[in-house]
Design a protein around this ligand. Structure first.
Ligand SMILES: C[S@@+](CC[C@H](N)C(=O)[O-])C[C@H]1O[C@@H](n2cnc3c(N)ncnc32)[C@H](O)[C@@H]1O
Length: 158
């Protein structure tokens, strides 16, 4: 696992930035009317969900009361500066420092039913998202990695 302090991030990681992320999150969910797409049945037991670039984990916090307590939420970020205190989270939430562009740690390969990422456009390096996308796909469980299943996912801009 490559862990860095994420010093090449273009924004600061201070209190006001965390507040900005919360307001941004609220605007998106208000506009979209969902945090997790409605195609994903939220009452499924034992879903494993990864949130890449989780920051202050606001997206995870939104979903936490909407999903069964058997759901495992793992948030990853290149920096822990935004992470809320570990004691504030229930046992089914973990936050860890992982660089989304580095090789995916072996224990995360094929682990997840849902891999969520957003607000990453400014972070993609050299205008090349392929390494990042391939890492995200590697994290999905093997049954979800088939191109045929991916092809069936609808995309409708809000
Ligand atoms: C614009 S914020 C988005 C936060 C959150 N996903 C949201 O939508 O509220 C981008 C986050 O990605 C993190 N980040 C930047 N580079 C990263 C990398 N290479 N790997 C993982 N996270 C990264 C930043 O530290 C920051 O917390």
């Amino acid at each position: 696992m490559t862990s860095t302090n994420g010093n090449d991030y273009m924004f600061r990681r201070v209190h006001q930035d965390s507040v900005r992320l919360v307001v941004q999150h609220w605007l998106w969910t208000h506009r979209l009317r969902y945090a997790l797409h409605n195609m994903i049945p939220k009452q499924t037991e034992h879903l494993r969900i990864a949130d890449i670039g989780t920051a202050n984990a606001v997206w995870i916090l939104e979903l936490l009361p909407l999903m069964p307590p058997t759901t495992q939420f793992d948030g990853f970020d290149i920096s822990a500066d935004y992470f809320p205190a570990k004691d504030w989270f229930p046992a089914n939430v973990s936050l860890d420092v992982v660089d989304a562009f580095a090789a995916v740690p072996e224990h995360l390969v094929g682990k997840y039913d849902v891999v969520h990422i957003r607000a990453f456009v400014v972070i993609v390096r050299d205008n090349d998202p392929m390494r990042l996308l391939s890492n995200l796909i590697k994290m999905l469980s093997k049954s979800l990695q088939s191109p045929r299943r991916m092809h069936r996912l609808p995309f409708r801009p809000p």
